[in-house]
Write a protein that binds this ligand. Structure first.
Ligand code: ZN
Length: 94
């Protein structure tokens, strides 16, 4: 998603990411004052579409975490290490 600059009279310039055509002309700043969108060059990124998709997904996890309906399936019960010394290490929940 492109990044847009908004100027608040109190806080200065802040960056916000919106899908194209959905960037509002003004938004409410965290301080409560209206911040107007600035006219700037589009910053669409220079990476490949795969890299940009990864960046967008990574950024979206901060505000839009994945919703799950059940816990992940239990891991198969098999030894991770065959080193006998590892068996003496404390186990979680025991
Ligand atoms: Zn502000």
């Amino acid at each position: 998603m492109p990044i847009y600059d908004y100027r608040c009279p109190s806080c200065g310039i802040t960056e916000h990411s919106y899908p194209m055509r959905e960037a509002p002309p003004a938004l409410d700043c965290a301080c409560g004052l209206p911040a107007r969108k600035l006219v700037t060059a589009a910053r669409l990124g220079k990476g490949s579409s795969t890299a940009m998709r990864l960046l967008d997904q990574t950024q979206s996890t901060a505000s839009e975490p994945a919703v799950v309906r059940s816990p992940p399936p239990a891991a198969p019960n098999r030894p991770v290490s065959r080193n006998p010394l590892h068996a003496t290490l404390p186990r979680p929940g025991k």
